[in-house]
Design a protein. Structure first.
Length: 273
Protein backbone atom coordinates (compact mmCIF):
# COMPACT_ATOMS: atom_id res chain seq x y z
CA UNK A 1 0.00 0.00 0.00
CA UNK A 2 1.37 3.47 -0.89
CA UNK A 3 1.54 6.35 1.61
CA UNK A 4 -1.79 7.70 2.85
CA UNK A 5 -1.33 11.04 1.14
CA UNK A 6 -4.12 13.06 -0.48
CA UNK A 7 -4.41 15.50 -3.33
CA UNK A 8 -6.46 18.68 -2.78
CA UNK A 9 -9.59 17.18 -4.36
CA UNK A 10 -9.16 13.85 -2.57
CA UNK A 11 -8.67 15.69 0.72
CA UNK A 12 -11.88 17.70 0.22
CA UNK A 13 -13.82 14.48 -0.41
CA UNK A 14 -12.38 12.54 2.57
CA UNK A 15 -12.82 15.48 4.97
CA UNK A 16 -16.42 15.96 3.87
CA UNK A 17 -17.22 12.26 4.37
CA UNK A 18 -15.57 12.25 7.82
CA UNK A 19 -17.46 15.41 8.81
CA UNK A 20 -20.72 13.71 7.84
CA UNK A 21 -19.63 10.56 9.73
CA UNK A 22 -20.11 8.39 6.66
CA UNK A 23 -18.88 4.81 6.86
CA UNK A 24 -19.88 3.82 3.33
CA UNK A 25 -19.76 5.78 0.10
CA UNK A 26 -20.89 4.99 -3.43
CA UNK A 27 -19.59 6.12 -6.80
CA UNK A 28 -22.87 7.97 -7.32
CA UNK A 29 -22.31 9.92 -4.07
CA UNK A 30 -18.73 10.79 -5.05
CA UNK A 31 -19.86 11.99 -8.48
CA UNK A 32 -22.66 14.09 -6.96
CA UNK A 33 -20.44 15.70 -4.31
CA UNK A 34 -17.61 16.55 -6.71
CA UNK A 35 -19.95 17.31 -9.62
CA UNK A 36 -17.94 15.03 -11.84
CA UNK A 37 -18.64 12.13 -14.20
CA UNK A 38 -19.06 8.59 -12.89
CA UNK A 39 -15.93 7.67 -14.86
CA UNK A 40 -13.88 10.26 -12.98
CA UNK A 41 -15.50 9.20 -9.67
CA UNK A 42 -14.40 5.61 -10.39
CA UNK A 43 -10.87 6.82 -11.19
CA UNK A 44 -10.75 8.78 -7.93
CA UNK A 45 -12.14 5.87 -5.90
CA UNK A 46 -9.51 3.55 -7.38
CA UNK A 47 -6.76 6.01 -6.39
CA UNK A 48 -8.15 6.31 -2.85
CA UNK A 49 -8.25 2.51 -2.56
CA UNK A 50 -4.57 2.32 -3.52
CA UNK A 51 -3.74 4.99 -0.96
CA UNK A 52 -5.67 3.18 1.79
CA UNK A 53 -8.58 5.62 2.27
CA UNK A 54 -11.29 3.45 0.74
CA UNK A 55 -11.91 -0.29 0.68
CA UNK A 56 -14.15 -1.92 -1.95
CA UNK A 57 -17.17 -3.73 -0.49
CA UNK A 58 -19.31 -4.40 -3.54
CA UNK A 59 -19.58 -3.03 -7.05
CA UNK A 60 -19.63 0.76 -6.78
CA UNK A 61 -19.67 0.65 -2.95
CA UNK A 62 -16.74 1.47 -0.63
CA UNK A 63 -15.96 1.63 3.06
CA UNK A 64 -14.28 4.77 4.31
CA UNK A 65 -11.00 4.17 6.16
CA UNK A 66 -10.77 7.50 7.96
CA UNK A 67 -7.91 9.20 9.74
CA UNK A 68 -9.04 7.58 13.01
CA UNK A 69 -7.92 4.21 11.54
CA UNK A 70 -4.29 5.26 11.95
CA UNK A 71 -1.42 6.10 9.59
CA UNK A 72 -1.52 2.62 8.03
CA UNK A 73 -5.28 2.76 7.44
CA UNK A 74 -6.42 -0.44 9.16
CA UNK A 75 -9.92 -1.24 7.79
CA UNK A 76 -12.80 -1.90 10.17
CA UNK A 77 -13.46 -5.66 10.22
CA UNK A 78 -17.23 -5.67 10.54
CA UNK A 79 -19.01 -7.81 7.92
CA UNK A 80 -22.37 -6.48 9.13
CA UNK A 81 -21.61 -3.25 7.32
CA UNK A 82 -23.09 -5.21 4.42
CA UNK A 83 -26.53 -4.48 5.91
CA UNK A 84 -26.28 -0.97 4.46
CA UNK A 85 -25.99 -2.19 0.88
CA UNK A 86 -28.21 -5.28 0.99
CA UNK A 87 -31.45 -5.31 -1.03
CA UNK A 88 -34.50 -4.42 1.04
CA UNK A 89 -36.31 -6.10 2.67
CA UNK A 90 -33.85 -8.60 4.13
CA UNK A 91 -32.95 -10.32 7.38
CA UNK A 92 -29.96 -12.31 8.58
CA UNK A 93 -31.03 -15.89 9.20
CA UNK A 94 -30.15 -19.55 9.91
CA UNK A 95 -26.73 -20.16 11.54
CA UNK A 96 -26.03 -16.44 11.73
CA UNK A 97 -29.29 -15.93 13.65
CA UNK A 98 -28.61 -18.89 15.98
CA UNK A 99 -25.20 -17.38 16.76
CA UNK A 100 -26.72 -13.94 17.35
CA UNK A 101 -29.19 -15.39 19.90
CA UNK A 102 -26.48 -17.44 21.63
CA UNK A 103 -28.01 -20.78 20.59
CA UNK A 104 -24.83 -22.25 19.08
CA UNK A 105 -21.09 -21.95 19.48
CA UNK A 106 -20.52 -22.56 15.78
CA UNK A 107 -18.97 -19.65 13.87
CA UNK A 108 -20.90 -18.86 10.67
CA UNK A 109 -18.28 -18.74 7.94
CA UNK A 110 -21.10 -18.20 5.45
CA UNK A 111 -23.78 -15.65 6.34
CA UNK A 112 -27.25 -16.48 5.04
CA UNK A 113 -29.55 -13.59 4.26
CA UNK A 114 -33.27 -14.03 3.58
CA UNK A 115 -34.65 -11.99 0.66
CA UNK A 116 -37.89 -11.89 -1.28
CA UNK A 117 -36.02 -12.47 -4.56
CA UNK A 118 -33.07 -14.37 -5.94
CA UNK A 119 -29.58 -12.89 -5.76
CA UNK A 120 -26.15 -14.29 -6.49
CA UNK A 121 -23.74 -14.86 -3.55
CA UNK A 122 -21.30 -12.08 -2.80
CA UNK A 123 -18.16 -11.66 -0.69
CA UNK A 124 -17.64 -8.70 1.62
CA UNK A 125 -14.61 -8.33 3.89
CA UNK A 126 -13.61 -11.95 3.25
CA UNK A 127 -17.04 -13.18 4.38
CA UNK A 128 -19.29 -15.00 1.93
CA UNK A 129 -22.96 -13.98 1.85
CA UNK A 130 -25.53 -16.39 0.44
CA UNK A 131 -29.07 -15.26 -0.24
CA UNK A 132 -32.09 -17.46 0.49
CA UNK A 133 -35.21 -16.48 -1.45
CA UNK A 134 -38.43 -16.73 0.55
CA UNK A 135 -42.01 -16.42 -0.59
CA UNK A 136 -43.65 -13.23 0.68
CA UNK A 137 -45.99 -15.26 2.93
CA UNK A 138 -42.89 -16.67 4.67
CA UNK A 139 -41.15 -13.33 5.05
CA UNK A 140 -41.85 -12.62 8.72
CA UNK A 141 -40.41 -13.16 12.18
CA UNK A 142 -37.45 -10.78 12.25
CA UNK A 143 -36.42 -7.83 14.38
CA UNK A 144 -34.05 -4.88 14.31
CA UNK A 145 -31.01 -5.12 16.56
CA UNK A 146 -27.35 -4.10 16.74
CA UNK A 147 -24.32 -6.23 15.87
CA UNK A 148 -20.82 -4.80 16.33
CA UNK A 149 -22.30 -1.30 16.38
CA UNK A 150 -24.25 -1.77 13.15
CA UNK A 151 -28.06 -1.79 12.96
CA UNK A 152 -29.24 -4.99 11.29
CA UNK A 153 -32.38 -7.06 10.84
CA UNK A 154 -32.18 -10.65 12.06
CA UNK A 155 -34.58 -13.55 12.72
CA UNK A 156 -36.16 -13.32 16.15
CA UNK A 157 -35.61 -16.17 18.61
CA UNK A 158 -38.64 -18.23 17.61
CA UNK A 159 -38.07 -17.85 13.87
CA UNK A 160 -34.37 -18.74 14.27
CA UNK A 161 -35.24 -22.02 16.02
CA UNK A 162 -37.95 -22.98 13.53
CA UNK A 163 -35.74 -22.11 10.54
CA UNK A 164 -33.01 -24.36 11.92
CA UNK A 165 -35.48 -27.25 12.16
CA UNK A 166 -36.91 -26.44 8.74
CA UNK A 167 -33.52 -26.19 6.96
CA UNK A 168 -30.96 -28.12 9.04
CA UNK A 169 -28.64 -28.09 6.03
CA UNK A 170 -28.13 -24.34 6.51
CA UNK A 171 -27.15 -24.54 10.19
CA UNK A 172 -24.81 -27.54 10.26
CA UNK A 173 -27.33 -30.37 10.55
CA UNK A 174 -30.31 -31.53 12.60
CA UNK A 175 -28.02 -31.95 15.61
CA UNK A 176 -27.27 -28.19 15.61
CA UNK A 177 -30.99 -27.48 15.31
CA UNK A 178 -31.78 -29.82 18.23
CA UNK A 179 -29.14 -28.22 20.42
CA UNK A 180 -30.45 -24.75 19.50
CA UNK A 181 -33.96 -25.78 20.55
CA UNK A 182 -32.57 -27.08 23.83
CA UNK A 183 -30.71 -23.80 24.42
CA UNK A 184 -33.80 -21.71 23.64
CA UNK A 185 -35.97 -23.83 25.95
CA UNK A 186 -38.12 -21.80 28.31
CA UNK A 187 -37.30 -18.50 26.54
CA UNK A 188 -39.57 -19.36 23.61
CA UNK A 189 -42.83 -17.45 23.21
CA UNK A 190 -45.45 -20.20 22.70
CA UNK A 191 -48.22 -18.10 21.09
CA UNK A 192 -45.67 -16.69 18.67
CA UNK A 193 -44.37 -20.19 17.93
CA UNK A 194 -47.85 -21.44 17.06
CA UNK A 195 -48.52 -18.43 14.84
CA UNK A 196 -45.21 -19.00 13.02
CA UNK A 197 -45.84 -22.73 12.60
CA UNK A 198 -49.24 -22.03 11.06
CA UNK A 199 -47.72 -19.51 8.63
CA UNK A 200 -44.87 -21.81 7.66
CA UNK A 201 -47.34 -24.67 7.10
CA UNK A 202 -44.76 -27.48 6.93
CA UNK A 203 -45.68 -30.87 8.38
CA UNK A 204 -42.09 -32.17 8.51
CA UNK A 205 -41.13 -29.06 10.53
CA UNK A 206 -44.08 -29.60 12.89
CA UNK A 207 -43.04 -33.19 13.53
CA UNK A 208 -39.39 -32.35 14.14
CA UNK A 209 -40.37 -29.60 16.53
CA UNK A 210 -42.87 -31.79 18.37
CA UNK A 211 -40.59 -34.80 18.65
CA UNK A 212 -37.52 -32.86 19.77
CA UNK A 213 -39.51 -30.78 22.27
CA UNK A 214 -40.83 -34.01 23.74
CA UNK A 215 -37.38 -35.65 23.91
CA UNK A 216 -35.82 -32.50 25.40
CA UNK A 217 -38.66 -32.33 27.96
CA UNK A 218 -39.67 -28.84 26.88
CA UNK A 219 -43.17 -28.32 28.27
CA UNK A 220 -45.60 -27.02 25.65
CA UNK A 221 -49.04 -25.56 26.42
CA UNK A 222 -52.03 -27.78 25.65
CA UNK A 223 -53.26 -25.56 22.82
CA UNK A 224 -49.93 -25.71 20.99
CA UNK A 225 -49.55 -29.43 21.56
CA UNK A 226 -53.08 -30.06 20.28
CA UNK A 227 -52.33 -28.08 17.13
CA UNK A 228 -49.12 -30.05 16.51
CA UNK A 229 -51.00 -33.33 16.79
CA UNK A 230 -53.43 -32.26 14.06
CA UNK A 231 -50.55 -31.72 11.64
CA UNK A 232 -49.27 -35.31 11.43
CA UNK A 233 -50.00 -36.92 8.04
CA UNK A 234 -50.07 -40.65 7.35
CA UNK A 235 -46.80 -40.68 5.37
CA UNK A 236 -43.72 -40.83 7.65
CA UNK A 237 -40.98 -38.20 7.49
CA UNK A 238 -37.29 -38.43 8.41
CA UNK A 239 -35.78 -36.61 11.35
CA UNK A 240 -32.46 -36.10 9.60
CA UNK A 241 -31.56 -35.84 5.94
CA UNK A 242 -31.55 -39.37 4.40
CA UNK A 243 -28.61 -38.31 2.20
CA UNK A 244 -26.50 -37.78 5.31
CA UNK A 245 -28.02 -40.19 7.84
CA UNK A 246 -29.49 -42.86 5.48
CA UNK A 247 -33.04 -44.23 5.79
CA UNK A 248 -32.65 -46.65 8.71
CA UNK A 249 -34.23 -45.90 12.05
CA UNK A 250 -37.11 -46.66 14.39
CA UNK A 251 -40.48 -45.11 13.72
CA UNK A 252 -41.77 -42.81 16.44
CA UNK A 253 -45.52 -43.46 16.23
CA UNK A 254 -46.50 -40.36 18.19
CA UNK A 255 -45.03 -38.11 15.50
CA UNK A 256 -44.89 -40.54 12.55
CA UNK A 257 -41.21 -39.69 12.30
CA UNK A 258 -38.35 -42.03 11.36
CA UNK A 259 -35.54 -41.41 13.86
CA UNK A 260 -32.57 -41.99 11.56
CA UNK A 261 -30.08 -39.98 13.66
CA UNK A 262 -28.23 -41.69 16.55
CA UNK A 263 -29.15 -40.09 19.87
CA UNK A 264 -25.53 -39.45 20.79
CA UNK A 265 -25.04 -37.52 17.55
CA UNK A 266 -28.37 -35.74 17.87
CA UNK A 267 -28.02 -34.35 21.36
CA UNK A 268 -24.25 -34.31 21.82
CA UNK A 269 -23.37 -32.83 25.20
CA UNK A 270 -26.90 -31.47 25.74
CA UNK A 271 -28.22 -32.49 29.13
CA UNK A 272 -31.81 -33.72 29.19
CA UNK A 273 -33.25 -33.25 32.67
Amino acid sequence: MSQRSLSKRESDLILAMEWEKKRLVSLAQIAKRLRCSKEYAAFLAHALCKKGWLEPLARGQYQLIGADRGPKGVPEMNPYLAARILPKPYFFAYLCALSHHGLTVQVPYVIHVALTRRKRPMEIKNVRFKFIPLAKKRFFGYEETTAFGEKIKVSDLERAVLDALDRPDLVGGIETAAQALAAAGKKLDHPKLMAYLKKMDDMALVRRFGYLSERLKIVLPKELLAYLKTQIPSIPAYLGSPKRWNTKGALDKNWNLIINVPEKELFGETRIT
